[in-house]
Ligand binder design. Structure first.
Ligand SMILES: [Zn+2]
Ligand SMILES: [Zn+2]
Length: 353
């Protein structure tokens, strides 16, 4: 089978021919039908995260080394399965499913609680295990297959990361979303997805902040109440004005020093800031601000299998609109990564083998 792999961080993905894997035990072999291109793929391709102050967290320190087959937003068609998977059911050849990629070790306390996404020994597809930039992918157990009947295959793929990440983050705000607009920083694939999820959940609306006028336009077209230029010197004041004195919920999908600073500066007293983005940097905080304002600062990392199932149900039930998706052949994996790296993608690119 053809795979596009990271053989050396920072260099073009290379076409590698590999034997089609034989599923063992509970494993299921899927033929990849669509594989989304996410910002995390860029980090995995570059090989590090920026911790600020010149410090970097390398993937090697997290036990992730090339060769890597990226893409964790996968829709595939069941081809075959191991004997253990057949006992578990649901692996009829030809079944088309969205793959939950945020898989853990299955044994630690987090996994036992169903929070495999925060496992201490993560086994995520497209990160620790081979992902979707290939003709076939192995999924460790049929329980990670989510039915998407009635949904478009390419439009469903981004639900596995952009979708579940924003759904899990927005849920952390609780009932506030019904009464106060959420400030969303970053109008890339995740930002547009967050606008749709918020609408589907009956939220009051989104105030979107981005540097790029094209992405702000896309956010307004998706139904954002307002789009603010992140570079405007008075961006924080504009947010405060639009929210009647300060944002009660801020979702930072960028996670860089300037965006988290903006989130803190524009939050209301009692505000709740959730950070999902991994662009990197650091922040010095005056600690009395946390109790005195008082602020909630929370991280959110992708989502659980249950949350992905809830999201897919929500999409089906509310006919939630998909974000703009551009399909490209798998052979254009490098061009697709470069376009994302240079900010030229509105919505999501999905590769099709
Ligand atoms: Zn992702
Ligand atoms: Zn675990």
């Amino acid at each position: 089978m053809r795979c596009y792999c990271v053989l050396h961080h920072g260099q073009d993905l290379e076409l590698v021919e590999k034997p089609i894997p034989e599923p063992q035990g509970t494993e299921v072999l899927l033929k990849v039908r669509a594989a989304g291109v996410c910002h995390t793929d860029l980090h995995l391709w570059e090989g590090h995260y920026d911790l600020g102050g010149g410090k970097k967290l390398t993937l090697a320190e997290r036990g992730i080394k090339p060769p890597l087959t990226l893409s964790h937003e996968i829709v595939g068609e069941v081809v075959s399965s191991g004997p253990g998977a057949q006992q578990a059911g649901g692996v009829k050849p030809g079944r088309v499913a969205l793959v939950h990629p945020w898989i853990g070790c299955g044994e630690c306390a987090a996994c036992k609680r169903g929070e495999e996404n925060i496992c201490i020994k993560p086994q995520a597809l497209g990160v620790a295990r081979p992902g979707g930039f290939a003709e076939y992918v192995v999924v460790p157990h049929p329980r990670y297959l989510v039915d998407i009947d009635g949904l478009d295959i390419a439009e469903a793929a981004p639900l596995a990361c952009a979708g579940v990440t924003t759904y899990s983050a927005i849920k952390k705000f609780g009932e506030r979303i019904g009464t106060d607009p959420v400030v969303i920083i970053g109008a890339g694939g995740l930002g547009l997805m967050a606008i749709e999820v918020l609408k589907a959940l009956g939220g009051k609306g989104a105030i979107v902040v981005d540097l790029d006028p094209v992405k702000r336009e896309a956010a307004l077209a998706a139904g954002a109440l307002l789009a603010i230029d992140a570079r405007a010197p008075d961006a924080a004041q504009q947010i405060q004005q639009a929210t009647g004195g300060g944002a009660r919920e801020v979702l930072d999908l960028v996670g860089a020093t300037p965006t988290v600073s903006l989130a803190m500066a524009s939050a209301a007293r009692g505000g709740h800031v959730v950070i999902c983005g991994l662009m990197g940097g650091d922040l010095t905080l005056a600690l009395p601000v946390i109790p005195m304002r008082p602020l909630t600062l929370q991280g959110s990392y992708v989502g659980t299998l249950q949350e992905l199932q809830e999201l897919v149900d929500l999409v089906k039930r509310t006919k939630m609109k998909a974000i703009p998706v551009r399909q490209r052949p798998l052979a254009e994996a490098n061009e697709a990564l470069q376009d994302l790296h240079h900010g030229r993608v509105v919505g999501r690119t999905v590769l099709v083998p």
